[in-house]
Design a protein around this ligand. Sequence first.
Ligand code: HEM
Length: 181
Amino acid sequence: MYGLINMAIKQLVIDNIGEAGWREVQEKSQVKQNYFELLTVYDDDITYKLVGGASEVTGKKPEEILHLFGSYWIEFAANAGYEPLLNLFGPTLKVCLFNLNKMHDQMGAMMPGLIPPEFEIEKEISPTEFLILYRSKRVGLTAMVSGLLEALGKRYQLKVEVNYLGRTEDNLSDRFHIKWN
Ligand code: HEM
């Protein structure tokens, strides 16, 4: 994954358990690297190892770390210069949800090695309630998605409720229920 992701994990760790905590995570994860070029693609394994290391050091499950990371990511990306992209594709939360693929496609133009996730609005239950499908070429990142969706809601001063409903019948996607008022 792009170094931007690993740098965000590093910053999340430092914000929560400080520089010494980050060094511990590096030790546990066997990731010696302290800096990642934001626009360079690194092996996904590094990202997984960092999540594993953070899990070991904090005693939180990897899923919890991923959920926290998802919540953290939106603000991190906005501060890293991607705020205009978020604004462009998301004047409202609903529009943003419909535009998640376009947003990543646009990034792909600047990040040629990007392997983005894919989202699909499976059902609009009401203007503030949806079933969303998430598909990825990677495994194990599902827990990140609920954190991301909750954090997106916060950007619009909305408290969204996100529930993971499990894999779809064809086993190709993860299904989420999202609702706000
Ligand atoms: C402007 C804001 C955003 C930026 C700059 C951004 C950028 C990225 C980047 C660089 C990756 C790593 C993929 C790779 O390196 O191959 C990624 C992955 C991911 N993004 Fe975004 N993203 C943004 C917003 C969002 C939002 C709003 C969501 C969903 C609500 C989202 C969902 C994901 C997920 C789930 C992944 C994990 C990759 C996977 O599932 O395979 N992103 N994004």
